[in-house]
Design a protein around this ligand. Structure first.
Ligand code: HEM
Length: 462
């Protein structure tokens, strides 16, 4: 049984304030100070016993919570704001908030586009898109890799998952959606929910209207030109002009399209940066591509391990949040939760635990040769249980092909004096990736970096 550290009164309020002003960094700090299980009790309007947030960085407890969605339900990808029925609230209603049979049905729809045989068949086209896009990247001057990476991964998602050929429309949806997701996590919008000129909350509500409108446009265009066997046609029930509510489909699309490219762009950005800052590992990956003998399109072992290690060290989805349903005991702890108490599963901290070796903060892909099955099971990159990410295999296929295309073509070097910043919305991602791209010659060298991103991964320093 794991005993929690209980923070109450001022200590809990100050921890909550830290969480609100920078969630990822604060979670790391609180666990470092107080251990793997921390209970924060704070006064809450309408509840005599107050409210509670439990921070969990214990893998056993986290997995037990994830396996029990009936007692620990999801609470949506972003905080609930705005009047009932507004577009911002409507867009939250996708698969993440669904429960029971509705969730199972939506999950089947998504999974049917991501079965292993389909992913295998997609590999050649994924590789082709990766080559086309990365061949067009500019060499020479300092360039921000972030928009280029996003463009690549949006296109893969659009073409392969949604069978969308109107890339202009797809990119328009993608950027509107990203702006909305960023605003949904903006602290001023949450703390000052007033629709007054200049207030972030107003920007958020308007952006939600824009996103919903562009998603509806996408749905209507597709109904005019129906396709088959892709995620969008499945969401439309394979019935052009059918009776399914378009606002419901818009919220499903918001979640599924967003979930596919936000996460993979964040992951590819960190992967490229970590390799650029670790010349020996960069060299190993390059050699592994040069030496590959199999032609099945899978990344060679060194590349696969680099991908896994980057996902472990800077997990793109750094935490999962659950809410207690009624009075429940937090598994393997003496903590009695009340209805609506919040459980934060600190995936980023769990993925840097002692299971992963004596140097968990280092970027060392070779560790995956030493680690046993227990470490693979403990890794919390794609969540777990009945709501685990259905996009795992697709992600590995895409990141493998993207890394190969980038590494065979370009030697990536961080720009001198680069300031590395990060953004937390649904994912944790690099705000900018200022690099120079030169034709690949294997002359890898790290560059001393600075900036807030080093607080979440010192291994980026170089
Ligand atoms: C680096 C890549 C990715 C990472 C790190 C990632 C991570 C995650 C995580 C942690 C969850 C569960 C959240 C929770 O338990 O609350 C999740 C759910 C989900 N992911 Fe991914 N994901 C990735 C790529 C993808 C891709 C490519 C798709 C493609 C469609 C996708 C679709 C989804 C969907 C639909 C869900 C909701 C599943 C459900 O509620 O049943 N993800 N993802």
């Amino acid at each position: 049984m794991t005993e929690p550290v209980r923070l109450e009164g001022l200590a809990a309020l100050s921890a909550m304030a830290e969480l609100r002003s920078g969630f990822v960094r604060a979670v790391q700090k609180i666990h470092a100070q107080h251990g793997a299980l921390v209970s924060l009790s704070y006064p809450r309007h309408g509840r005599a016993d107050g409210g509670r947030v439990i921070l969990v960085a214990d893998s056993g407890i986290a997995h037990a919570v994830l396996m029990d969605p009936a007692r620990f339900r999801t609470s949506g990808v972003y905080p609930r704001l705005g009047p009932a029925g507004c577009p911002h609230r409507r867009l939250r209603e996708g698969i993440i908030l669904a429960n029971g049979q509705a969730h199972a049905a939506q999950r089947r729809q998504v999974m049917s586009s991501l079965v292993p045989a389909l992913i295998e068949a997609m590999r050649p086209r994924i590789a082709e898109i990766c080559r086309e896009e990365t061949d067009a990247w500019p060499s020479g001057d300092v360039v921000d890799l972030t928009p280029l990476v996003k463009r690549l991964l949006r296109r893969i998602s659009l073409e392969l998952l949604f069978n969308e050929t109107d890339l202009e429309l797809g990119h328009e949806v993608g950027s509107a959606l990203e702006r909305h997701a960023a605003l949904a996590f903006s602290l001023p919008a949450v703390l000052l929910p007033f629709d007054l000129p200049g207030f972030q909350y107003g920007h958020l509500m308007r952006q939600a209207e824009r996103v919903e409108a562009v998603l509806l446009r996408w749905i209507r265009e597709r109904r005019k030109h129906p396709s088959q066997d892709d995620l969008l046609s499945r969401l439309l029930g394979d019935a052009p002009g059918g009776a399914i509510d378009e606002a419901d489909i818009a919220s499903q699309l918001w979640t599924v399209y967003g979930a596919s490219f936000h996460t993979m762009s964040a992951a590819l950005g960190w992967l490229v940066l970590l390799l650029a800052q670790h010349p020996d590992e960069a060299q190993r990956v390059l050699e592994s591509f040069a030496e590959r003998t199999d032609r099945d399109g899978r990344p060679p072992r060194a590349a696969h391990e680099a991908i896994l290690e980057a996902l472990r060290l800077v997990s793109p989805v750094p935490f999962q949040i659950r809410q207690a349903v009624g009075e429940v005991t937090l598994p393997d702890t003496p903590i009695q939760l009340q209805d609506h108490d919040v459980v934060v599963l600190s995936a980023l901290v769990i993925n840097r635990g002692p299971t992963f070796g004596p140097d968990p903060m280092a970027f060392r892909p070779g560790r995956w040769r030493e680690l046993d099955a227990a470490a693979h099971a403990e890794l919390l990159v794609f969540s777990g249980g009945p709501r685990a990410c259905p996009g795992r295999a697709f992600t590995f296929a895409v990141l493998g092909a993207a890394l190969e295309a980038v590494w065979r073509t370009w030697r990536v070097r961080l720009a001198p004096g680069a300031q590395l910043e990060y953004r937390t919305s649904i994912t944790v991602s690099a705000r900018r990736l200022p690099v120079t791209l030169s034709p690949q010659d294997g002359a890898f060298a790290s560059v001393r970096a600075k900036g807030p991103a080093l607080h979440i991964a010192e291994a980026l320093r170089g």
